[in-house]
Design a protein around this ligand. Sequence first.
Ligand SMILES: [Cu+2]
Length: 188
Amino acid sequence: MSPTVRIGIASFILGAVLTTTLLVFHPMRPLVAKSPVAPAALSMKPVYIHMDGANAFVESIVAVAPGEPVIFINEDTGDHMVDGYYPLTGKPNAAINSGMLMGTTGPKAGVHSYKVVLTKPGIYPYYCPVHAILSKIYHHSVQPAHRPGVHGFPGAMAGVIIVTTDPALIAQNPPSSKKKILADYFGG
Ligand SMILES: [Cu+2]
């Protein structure tokens, strides 16, 4: 091999090494291609809220991911409603509006349910106007209160859905919110 050829090969190798080094360590080039930010590992399984014979929402506070369905299950023989409201004004929030949710005598009778899907993060209070009222507290603000004259749960039949991307909040849902039917809750 002539010295000229040897120098040529050496130059080629050096060039290749330099090019590779520049490509790998160039400050503008990330060493590892960034994958798109994976959405948080949030469940899209429905979260269930049950209404029982005591005229209560059993899981009165639940958190869900945006777009994760919330399904209200009426396990009471009596009728209920699920109406969203804005606590600062008392005005209805049309995003949650079940209409009359008929009572259910048992799992074989066909359980009446209402599904709501909320896509915007936020705090969504709701109440059952059959068994609770919105009581004025300050200026136009309201809070749910027990409807005088109705029996059952001594508190207000009301609850809150929190729509959040924080899995730590969703992890705090009560275990019964994972089950569609609570076998021992029919009646009332
Ligand atoms: Cu009710």
